[in-house]
Design a binder for this molecule. Structure first.
Ligand SMILES: NC(=O)c1ccc[n+]([C@@H]2O[C@H](COP(=O)([O-])OP(=O)(O)OC[C@H]3O[C@@H](n4cnc5c(N)ncnc54)[C@H](OP(=O)(O)O)[C@@H]3O)[C@@H](O)[C@H]2O)c1
Ligand SMILES: *[C@@H]1O[C@H](CO)[C@@H](O)[C@H](O)[C@H]1NC(C)=O
Ligand SMILES: *[C@@H]1O[C@H](CO)[C@@H](O)[C@H](O)[C@H]1NC(C)=O
Length: 324
């Protein structure tokens, strides 16, 4: 009896996975990116690596901004081998560390002459236990939001100078878990508020709020800023997470139910490489098209402004680091 139940459930799961993967959107753009420079954070694995490969194939100079140089160098040579590109570069950044982001940006600005596409992709799931970084920021928020917030601000001058340019922010539908965003508690300082899924969801809500505010700031500067959700994707992110649900349940279900990393990268590729000019800005995308699934909370302009200002203060953004 038990065997039949298991068999039945497996059949359902496998079918759901097949349907979900079939419905996954594909990038339709055939645009070349010759002469363009693309920067992708967290390109050492998962959907970031797949997006980097596709964009290198289109002729872009692609900079893999990664925390693990050894792993990233292997990815860079794999991509060069697969695409014939000679322009895949590895640079070190730990998005959870403000000092590392500042050091990275200084090196990048000293070396690179343009930045056409910035993809903010690096991310982690919430840790089981609340962890503080060396900057005293909560680790999930620091990795997924604060580091990217600072990085984008530091590179804003070059993005504007390279117009028409683009920023693609990798968010997630799980942002809908956030019912209220307490602006005084972005760092989870209030007792009893930290919860791994909540930390992840809040960081992904902040990704969209940040996107909306930045898109507005830059709308007259030829920089298109959009956020997206890749869908449920079978990557290493679950295995790396120590939380029970992500580390066990999702990690085992993903290969059956989720998209491949190549499918997960499609919306990034479309937003990075579509030949629309001017490109639409301020949108939230799923499956390579505009999605109406972003919640009212992350579409609230007043809240976006508050998150921006609180983030400026938490990363200690200096007057000389403001380029808007
Ligand atoms: N998989 C999904 O179902 C799903 C769904 C919605 C959204 N997303 C988002 O998609 C993005 C990519 O995730 P993925 O699924 O491709 O997972 P992944 O394979 O684990 O890739 C995450 C990437 O981020 C890097 N990273 C993590 N912390 C970093 C740090 N402090 N500094 C620099 N790089 C760091 C990782 O580096 P290492 O290689 O060194 O670990 C890796 O390259 C994330 O933003 C995630 O939130 C994923
Ligand atoms: C973040 O929260 C912790 C307490 O959980 C606190 O010690 C730290 O100072 C806070 N960081 C900032 C920048 O406010
Ligand atoms: C909104 O989410 C639903 C459920 O995940 C999905 O079926 C639908 O395609 C999404 N809408 C858009 C426009 O992406």
């Amino acid at each position: 009896m038990f065997v039949f139940v298991i068999m039945g459930m497996s059949t359902i799961a496998i079918s759901l996975g097949l349907v979900y993967r079939r419905r996954s959107g594909r990038a339709t753009t055939t645009a070349s990116l010759k002469g363009k420079t693309v920067l992708i954070t967290g390109a050492s694995s998962g959907i970031g690596r797949e997006a980097a490969k596709d964009l290198a194939q289109r002729g872009a100079r692609v900079i893999l901004a990664c925390r693990n140089l050894q792993k990233a160098s292997q990815v860079a040579s794999d991509i060069e081998e697969a695409t014939g590109s000679k322009s895949v570069v590895v640079m070190k950044v730990d998005t959870s560390s403000l000092a590392s982001v500042r050091e990275f940006a200084a090196k990048f600005l000293a070396k690179e002459r343009r930045l056409d596409v910035l993809v903010l992709n690096a991310g982690i799931g919430g840790r089981q236990k609340k962890t503080l970084t060396s900057d005293n920021l909560e680790l999930t928020m620091a990795t997924n939001h604060f580091g990217h917030f600072l990085l984008t601000n530091l590179l804003l001058g070059l993005l504007k100078a390279s117009q028409p340019s683009r920023v693609v922010v990798v968010s997630c539908m799980i942002h809908s878990n956030v019912q209220t965003l307490d602006i005084e508690n972005l760092n989870f300082t209030k007792e009893g508020t930290y919860w791994p899924v909540q930390a992840y969801a809040q960081s992904k809500a902040c990704n969209i709020l940040f996107t909306r505010y930045l898109a507005n700031l830059l709308k007259d500067y030829g920089v298109a800023v959009n956020s997206m959700c890749p869908g449920f994707v079978s990557s290493d992110i679950f295995a790396k997470s120590e939380s029970f649900i992500a580390g066990y349940v999702y990690n085992y279900l993903a290969p059956i139910l989720a998209k491949t990393v190549e499918q997960g990268a499609q919306t990034i590729i479309q937003l990075a490489a579509s030949d629309e000019n001017p490109a639409p800005t301020g949108g939230f995308y799923e499956d390579c098209r505009v999605s109406d699934n972003a919640t009212n909370l992350v579409l609230d302009e007043g809240l976006a402004k508050k998150v921006w200002e609180a983030s400026e203060s938490l990363v200690g953004l200096q007057p000389e680091e403001q380029h808007y």
